[in-house]
Design a protein around this ligand. Sequence first.
Ligand code: ADP
Ligand code: ASP
Ligand code: MG
Length: 449
Amino acid sequence: MPNLFKVAKFGGTSMADAAAMTRCANIVASDPDKKIIVVSATAGTTNLLTELVTDISIEQRVAIAEQVRDKHIAICNDLKEPGKVLGKVEELLDELLAIASRKQIMTGLLRDEIFSFGERLSSTIFAQVLEEVSGSKVVWLDARNVIVTDSDFGSAEPMPDQIAHKSDEHVQPALQRGRIVTQGFIGSNRQGVTTTLGRGGSDYSAALFAEAADADVLEIWTDVTAIYTTDPRIVPDAKPITEISFDEAAELSVFGAKVLHPATVIPAIRKNIKVYVGSSMNPDEPGTWIVKETKSKPVIRAISLRRNQTLLTVHSLEMLHQYGFLAKLFSVLSEHKISVDLVTTSEVSVALTLDSDINTPGKQKLTDEVLEKLRSFCEVQIDRNLSLIALIGNNLDATAGLSGPVFGSLENINIRLICHGASSHNLCFLVSESEAEEVVNVLHKKFIS
Ligand code: ADP
Ligand code: ASP
Ligand code: MG
């Protein structure tokens, strides 16, 4: 078998402490094909940094920076030779503390700069762990020199052509010297200012590195053994999936399965890179292969749940036999960078779902200004605390008799909006947040278990 070129990504729980890092280093060291290693911040660190950038006092910011310090110093002290890395880690922590202590307004730019410390710290420590475990040269690479993005701070859009150039310039020469350890989640705009790809973005970073370096395989090592038929935290009886298609995996993640960032498969599809999802805690357990074509094509392969959905219903008699209403509605939303997920329309009303996106500071929401603009030409109703449930599989649009059993099994549940037929890979609907987990359990039992 010829040598393969693999990019391996390890998530936050896989970087949680020195023991977890050592497990990951063993996974890498045992396979010479794993050449680029992309890591997330240590577990909980990005959450702490997200708190740090909120509207709090300087004392509170400093307290959070100190918490980040304690965590990382503790990990260093558990290594065989802390002295080899403590200096670099302290330098980063001092820099973070200096930024946190300054009186300043939290702009998107500054937030991303602060978030970047999470991955810069974890990758610095992990590079040392990997060098100790593998006994071979490890090159620490600043992902911001490679992952070029636009300037949409907080959810920056990568530029694949630029990334390919930067990869030739920085990744290829580094590979001549040893294995690369780099950061997920972070990049920089064309002016070299730090950006981030949005929460959970390290999977996407790893896919971008794999694409740019022409890798054969992208491995996502996480805290579950595989992609499951639904989130095992919600349904303990969920089953691991052996093989799933790019399209199904994309839909599963878009509709809320946190196991993979929704954009991860995009670079993989562009270069037909096989993706493997496995557990860094149990690396020998079989994981999931995400491939272009799967052997089996079940109608329902998996169920996903996306929380924090808002339903916006607009109503106007102006719509009746008229044109231009939808254009007017969507232009207001696009002007305010509000992204719409699902849409259903009737003669006189339109219902849309929006992600409430509570975890992304600075993101556009349904502000009073937006609502005022909408109310100038239609009636507006807003329902919050909803969840989107999606059945993911194949030929869902062309399978006769599907909706009867699906909705029949939910006869006591108030279903707010149904989208069926737009994609052959999903059938989705909205329910109230409080009933969502029960719905996933009922459907999983009936259609998958
Ligand atoms: P990492 O830190 O490694 O990126 P994440 O927390 O982002 O890990 O993603 C892993 C988590 O995704 C799991 O712990 C699990 O709770 C959740 N998850 C949601 N849906 C699924 C699914 N269908 N299969 C597996 N895990 C899922
Ligand atoms: N550290 C970032 C986050 O927690 C990116 C990632 O882990 O994928 O969102
Ligand atoms: Mg993740």
